[in-house]
Write a protein that binds this ligand. Structure first.
Ligand code: ADP
Ligand code: MG
Length: 363
């Protein structure tokens, strides 16, 4: 259960981690609520694993601090933190049954047998694996093995689960199924999940909130839908969804609106409270599915731009219509594949969008 009144499950303040000349993380601060499904998303090498492992206590940060449930944990080793790491490779003991695998941590901790049996039964119930308690790992599917790992984390009563690319080893279909399963499990158990992935669809499927991490920086973080629909930074727009990124120059300001010159069009766009000056170079982002294609080259009034049709790419459910602007920029309008009348290459066309769909970025 999401509890915003309690101390955050995780509070990271000014975290920096360097490896010799490499800065893996640079002054990262983020707060994760108890009971939240939080995703660290970004390109490979960006610093996601470094952040996750810092939270779990697997390395010492170069600077900054980490509070778990309000307590500073810098001095605590992994097994003294309320965190547990789920590893990507299925780290199950092949010679032990599912139940023995799940109970192993408790046995090591010296719990009485009856208590272990209870907890294991509960955990297996939680991940819908009760009928499989006596099987060996090799008699399970990949997805089921993953659930054994989750059950193993649950019995330890750690309430912050760290998952580093937990689905990366699975094939596409299983990945989708497991993704939803993880989401449902988290809702059911109500503990905090912090899930690392470079896959934005996976992130959108499971996350309450998403943090974008790239080049050692936490670029921005927010609700999964907000990150998709209303990214603050151009980088986020480029990484999440399929956005058209357009380079432009500020031509004028009037109240809440900015005139931006892109190719041969003057676009009108919401200023979003950003500080911009005339002549400044900015980036606009417009999601491809928000762009409409038409042959009507008549009207150009701030939410549209003219170009030349180059090609259509049929993707099944949707078709991408590619259009070249006068400055050579390629734009994409993505529509449900229902029309069979794509313009011929070379046809002059107009791309347009609803007011408020295009976003202004200054970095
Ligand atoms: P991600 O998980 O986003 O792919 P990582 O956190 O693994 O990124 O890595 C971030 C950066 O830190 C990379 O440039 C990586 O090469 C570097 N790095 C990570 N761990 C180490 C290490 N133990 N020694 C040296 N460099 C490292
Ligand atoms: Mg990683």
């Amino acid at each position: 259960m999401l509890d915003r009144t309690a101390a955050p499950a995780v509070e990271v303040r000014g975290l920096t981690k360097t490896y010799g000349p490499v800065t893996a993380l640079r002054d990262v601060s983020v707060s994760i609520a108890a009971g939240e499904y939080f995703v660290l998303l970004g390109p490979s090498g960006g610093g996601k694993t470094t952040l996750l492992r810092a939270i779990g206590g697997f390395h010492r940060p170069t600077a900054g601090e980490i509070l778990l449930h309000g307590k500073e944990v810098g001095h605590l080793p992994p097994d003294k933190r309320p965190t547990t790491m789920v590893f990507q490779a299925y780290a199950l003991f092949p010679h032990m049954s599912v139940a023995q695998n799940v109970g192993y941590g408790l046995k090591v901790a010296g719990l009485p047998k009856a208590q272990i049996a209870d907890k294991v039964a509960q955990a297996l119930e939680m991940v819908s694996l009760s009928p499989f308690a006596d099987r060996r790992p090799h008699e399970l599917s990949g997805g089921q093995q993953q659930r054994v790992q989750l059950a193993r984390a649950f019995v330890l009563d750690r309430d912050i689960l760290l998952l580093d690319e937990p689905l990366a080893a699975l094939d596409a279909q299983l990945r989708k199924d497991m993704c939803l399963e993880l989401k449902h499990l988290q809702e059911k158990v109500g503990i905090t999940f912090i899930h690392v992935t470079h896959n934005q669809e996976e992130a959108m499927t499971v996350a309450d909130r998403i943090a974008l991490i790239a080049n050692g920086d936490l670029v921005e973080y927010g609700g999964a839908r907000d990150i998709y629909r209303a990214p603050d930074k151009a980088f986020t727009a480029g990484f999440v969804g399929e956005n058209n990124l357009l380079a432009g120059r500020v031509a004028g300001l009037s109240g809440d609106s900015v005139a931006v010159d892109v190719a041969d069009a003057r676009l009108r766009i919401d200023r979003r409270g950003l500080r911009v000056a005339e002549g400044q170079e900015v980036t606009l982002s417009i999601r491809s599915e928000a762009v409409r294609l038409s042959r009507d080259t008549g009207h150009l009034e701030g939410q549209s731009i003219a170009g030349t049709y180059t090609e259509s790419v049929y993707l099944g459910l949707t078709t991408s219509h590619r259009v070249r602007l006068s400055d050579g920029t390629e734009m994409v309008a993505r529509e449900i594949s229902e029309r069979d009348d794509a313009p011929a290459p070379g046809t002059p066309v107009v791309l347009s969008w609803a007011p408020g769909t295009a976003r202004l970025h200054v970095e």
